[in-house]
Design a protein around this ligand. Sequence first.
Ligand SMILES: Nc1nc2c(ncn2[C@@H]2O[C@H](COP(=O)(O)OP(=O)(O)OP(=O)(O)O)[C@@H](O)[C@H]2O)c(=O)[nH]1
Ligand SMILES: [Mg+2]
Length: 180
Amino acid sequence: MELLVMFVGSFSAGKSSLINSITGKTDQCRVGIAPTTDDLTYIPWKGISLVDSPGLDAVAKKGHKEKSLEAARRANVAVVVINARHALGESERPILCELLASKPEVLVALNYWNYVEKEKDQEDCLAYVKDVFQSLMPDVSPVIIPLNATNGRDEALNMLLRGLSYSLVFVCAILHLTCT
Ligand SMILES: Nc1nc2c(ncn2[C@@H]2O[C@H](COP(=O)(O)OP(=O)(O)OP(=O)(O)O)[C@@H](O)[C@H]2O)c(=O)[nH]1
Ligand SMILES: [Mg+2]
């Protein structure tokens, strides 16, 4: 069984850029300012599949949200990519609730972190995102990693990958238990 790690979030949150930084192939997923990724895209990487997905909220792109939510239901791990410049508005809440209801392991990539310069703003932003996830997933505290998706392989991305490894080990252990 192939493990699926899905990158999900609003359009232009940086999902495709993050996958490119992880694989080290800058042209693997197309990136752009307007809604760019139209379909689910499966990228084989180190024995698992990274799944790029269309943004959940592109108004003029019918079907994007449905495709992404459907894939999220099948994913083993969801990396929720958030734009730290305007993190998680009320309109994103129902979508996140739907997404998290399928209970994949969740990691949060708080992207565009270089735009949040003041220490106080960084603290407020982290506390706010933590609060939102706490209200949506009271039993779990997902790891939240501030990063810049276009930076390539830096320390923040390594932290995300460490979190991903732990989540995948956990998923494999559960799968093993349920299969034996
Ligand atoms: N400066 C900066 N630009 C970024 C960052 N992440 C993404 N971008 C830029 O933001 C734009 C959108 O990035 P994408 O990776 O295409 O975003 P996406 O979430 O895949 O968007 P959709 O496919 O439309 O849902 C691109 O022009 C990226 O170069 C970041 O951390 N810093
Ligand atoms: Mg994209």
